[in-house]
Write a protein that binds this ligand. Structure first.
Ligand code: FES
Length: 112
C-alpha cells in the first residue's frame, strides 16, 4: 500500500489547470484537473525532461509539452504524439478534506 502525500489544496486546481509539485523523495509530479477529475503524472517529459506542468492541457485529456509538442494521455500517461515515445508514470491520487494527496510511488505506466 502506498503512502500518500499532501501536495496542494483542491482550490489550487481549477478545472483545466495543471500544477507542478515535488514529492518528499524529490519526484517531480504534475497534478491536474481534467473535467473535474484530479489526477497526477510524472512532470518530466520523456522526450527531454521539460516540465509537463508548463505546457497545455487539451480538452481531450492530452497534456502537451510546449518544448517540442509531444502529447501524453493524462489518464494513462501514454505517449500520444511524437517526439515522445515513452509514457509518463502515473500516480494514484486521493482527495480528502479539500486537499490533494498523491501516492509516493508510481502506480503504473502504459505504452499504448
Ligand atoms: S521535451 Fe517535451 S517534447 Fe521535447
Amino acid at each position: 500500500m502506498s503512502a500518500f502525500e499532501d501536495v496542494a489544496a483542491v482550490t489550487d486546481l481549477p478545472e483545466g489547470e495543471m500544477l507542478g509539485v515535488t514529492l518528499s523523495d524529490g519526484a517531480p509530479v504534475c497534478v491536474f484537473n481534467h473535467n473535474g477529475t484530479i489526477g497526477a503524472v510524472g512532470n518530466l517529459c520523456t522526450h527531454a525532461d521539460f516540465y509537463i506542468s508548463d505546457g497545455v492541457m487539451h480538452k481531450d485529456g492530452t497534456l502537451e509539452c510546449v518544448w517540442h509538442g509531444a502529447r501524453f494521455d493524462c489518464r494513462t500517461g501514454a505517449a500520444k504524439r511524437f517526439p515522445a515515445q515513452k509514457p509518463l508514470p502515473v500516480y494514484a491520487v486521493q482527495v480528502e478534506n479539500d486537499r490533494v494527496l498523491v501516492a509516493k510511488a508510481e502506480q503504473s505506466t502504459q505504452s499504448t
